[in-house]
Design a protein around this ligand. Sequence first.
Ligand SMILES: [Zn+2]
Ligand SMILES: [Zn+2]
Length: 348
Amino acid sequence: MKAAALFSIPNDIRVTDIDRPQIGDSDFLIKVRACALCATDVKVALRGRHFLIDLHGLPFVLGHEIAGEVAEVGRDVKGVSEGDRVAVSPYVPCGNCYACRIGNYRFCEKAPFSWITPGGFTEYIKVPGENAASRVAKMPLDLSFEEAALTEPVACCFNGIAKSRIRMGEDVTILGAGPIGLMLLQLAKVAGAGRVIMIDMDKKRIRYAKEFGADEVIDAGTEDPGECIRELTQGRGSDVVIEAIGSTKTYQQALQLVRGGGTVTFFGGCPGGSTIEIGTDLLHYMELTLVGAQSFGPDVFHKSLKLISTGRIDAKRLITHRYYSLDKVKEAIDISINKEGLKKVVII
Ligand SMILES: [Zn+2]
Ligand SMILES: [Zn+2]
């Protein structure tokens, strides 16, 4: 079968022939129908940092935002049948280890061993069947594969919003109006935000923020975000601030925009080893809650597909680029480096 694989760093992606995965009694096979490109894929293509590359080396098939059809089911797998149209979680927590028992899925000891093989930019993937029913979400008939492929990033954002503990009517400020920022925007509204304020300095992204219904948009290229937020909140600061860029500069800035007693959620991933300085006054006297958010649990994955299929999250509008060949993965990454468009989906 064909696969778009990363052969060397940076971004040397070529279509190659690989063996179709063989499934055992406790696995199942998915025929990939759509795989969306994630900012993480772009980072991995440029820097080569991924635990699966450390484990197996290159070439490596990227892609983990997947929807497809169940093509073959091992004898012992329960909860999925051939022909099911599903969104696929790339990994799934075991449900049994200490971390899982307390709902701390990010730290499941076994989740790394439950990854799909290979990545999604190919024709078929093998899914280990442990917890099969919890790792795929069945799609309603009227939902397209390309929309369902966004279940994984929406689930990550869902977790970020849930951890931000927005109370109805509160101000939520989001730094970064890329695809993730725009998903967070829509989810913040679902969660009851009274007003969503978006900050970016890219003109195209500022336009997207308005199109997707931000109540206020701040152009950090020409305006001082701190001043604008103080003005909008009578000097208090925003109830919740979510960083969705992944730079130390905006990590630091997020801390300046929140009100006393408010919550800052660090959603964007900075390059490994990055550090920021935080005044202790801010932590102690300002009683801030600082939250990190990165992964999601199985319940969130299923609810995220529901939010997409009911239109609470407009997945269709987030997809700006559709490619109908695996040859185009490299091109999709190239234009993402230039921050062009929003979600890119390869439809197979
Ligand atoms: Zn992703
Ligand atoms: Zn576990």
